[in-house]
Design a protein around this ligand. Structure first.
Ligand SMILES: C[S@@+](CC[C@H](N)C(=O)[O-])C[C@H]1O[C@@H](n2cnc3c(N)ncnc32)[C@H](O)[C@@H]1O
Length: 439
């Protein structure tokens, strides 16, 4: 069957099962078209859902009934073989990232371990050998993990047809703009109830399962113009987490974090968790990092007496603030110095990879580039020493280059946060020094 036919059949099936982008139940052959349309957004996730008309903030844009969701429960109900094979082996764990190398190594070993755990089960349920391979497992597990939505009755979440076509936007820091729901939009969707609408803005995702209507409901977080992409927040993620779980990162991510080495004395000065001690996306230290540094820059015997001030976010003294900021800037400089490439190197490498993605020149053109060694290592690792010309699968080459671009972009953005932090600390130190002199 042709791609287009398959797609139309899928939309028909979704419509029949009750998936709808409109409050009025219709016998249409597609579940979309009244509020949302499938469209291509090259710079924001590729295939996604666009606004078919102007959409008001808070409007219900898609409803997917429970019967359409694919969960462990619904699968096991349908598949007796899978039920009995899984019944004997309950488990499969979740992950927590710490730093990029550790996170990627852990992700690789976890997916291998999961696959090994499942090989026997896959045999038992009679999957064909090609579907039991590690490659097939990688595809299946990535497809599931990039599309799973939370449901209250199953820790493993669910697959939500049509709902999984929304691309991601980070949750806004505050939703205080006053784009109100127009009366027209309220009456057009009928189902919207202001309580549910309010509830929805309290959480960090724009969709959720609603018991009252037995369906997964998605709401517009902001007003959309016709043709604009309707984006969904899957939750609060750093760029490293987005990369690990979804395979992309955002150029500007308000939830990004940079962790730097902190000595154990500073760490032990407060009861903040290690996860809360980081540099924010804009280069400012997190509340916990500032507090730990303020306390860490005082003698240990004073910690008890001044702890309450620090926990309240107060500055202790100009000298203390300057010491804390100097320590922070020094640490960021040390981390940056130890890295094999600079921000400038990464920037030019990114430009270069971008050019290669558009136009693939022969290998000799890479001579003399700032990151020639890295380029060379990359080409050797992927057996491309004679140039990309020799790769028989251009798709494979594109995929590899895209992964490389993402890795370089991630490390560039990490370094940028540290470098912005140095600027922030230096400005604060000079501001404090001036005010100290003029006093
Ligand atoms: C739930 S799917 C979204 C729909 C998907 N684009 C499709 O064609 O089916 C999640 C995947 O979409 C892509 N994606 C989502 N949001 C993105 C964004 N803002 N930028 C780049 N890629 C994005 C990533 O590949 C991610 O793993």
């Amino acid at each position: 069957m042709e791609e287009q036919e398959k797609w139309e059949e899928f939309l028909r099936w979704a419509s029949e099962i009750g998936v709808s982008d409109s409050a009025s139940l219709s016998s249409s052959s597609s579940c979309l078209g009244r509020t949302l349309v499938v469209a291509h957004f090259p710079n924001q996730g590729g295939r996604g859902l666009g606004a078919a008309r102007e959409i008001a903030k808070g409007e219900l844009v898609l409803r997917v009934p429970r019967e359409a969701l694919m969960t462990t429960e619904s699968l096991l109900l349908r598949d007796e073989k899978l039920r009995s094979a899984l019944g004997r082996r309950p488990r499969l764990s979740s992950t927590q990232v710490d730093d990029a190398i550790w996170a990627s190594e852990k992700a690789i070993s976890k997916v291998r371990a999961d696959w090994k755990d499942m090989v026997l089960i896959m045999q038992e349920i009679g999957l064909k050998p090609q579907l039991r391979s590690f490659k097939a497992w990688l595809w299946a597990s990535a497809t599931i993990s990039t599309r799973t939505l939370h449901v209250p009755w199953d820790d493993a979440g669910c697959l939500c047809p049509i709902g999984d076509l929304f691309n991601y936007a980070a949750p806004e820091e505050s939703c205080t703009d006053n784009e109100d729901l127009s009366e027209a939009s309220i009456s057009s969707l009928g189902m919207l109830n202001s309580e549910r609408h309010e509830e929805n803005f309290q959480r960090l995702t724009d969709g959720g399962y609603e018991e009252a209507v037995n369906a997964y409901c998605f709401y517009a977080r902001k007003r959309y113009k016709k043709g604009e992409q309707v984006l969904l927040s899957y939750g609060t993620y750093t760029n490293l987490e987005l990369l690990e779980h979804y395979g992309f990162l955002l150029d500007s991510n308000p939830n990004d974090k940079a962790y730097i080495p902190i000595d154990s004395r500073v760490l032990s000065s407060t009861s903040f968790s290690r996860e809360s001690i980081y540099i924010q996306h804009d280069g400012r230290p997190s509340f916990a990092l500032s507090s730990a540094l303020r306390l860490g820059c005082t003698p240990q015997n004073s910690w008890k007496a001044i702890g309450h001030l620090v926990y309240a976010g107060a500055q202790l003294s100009v000298d203390n603030e300057v010491s804390a900021m100097k320590w922070l800037a020094k640490t960021c400089r040390q981390v940056l110095r130890k890295m094999p490439t600079t921000i400038e190197n990464d920037k030019s490498l990114l430009r270069f990879i971008g050019e290669m993605q558009m136009f693939m020149p022969p290998f000799c053109c890479f001579r003399g580039q700032t990151c020639e060694r890295e380029i060379n290592d990359f080409f050797q690792a992927y057996d491309m020493c004679d140039g990309i010309r020799d790769i028989s699968l251009p798709k494979k080459a594109k995929r590899i280059l895209e992964r490389w671009r993402l890795a370089v972009q991630w490390r560039f953005m990490y370094k940028k946060m540290l470098s912005d932090c140095i600027v922030y600390c230096d400005e604060l130190i000079s501001g404090l020094s001036i005010s100290n002199v003029s006093r």
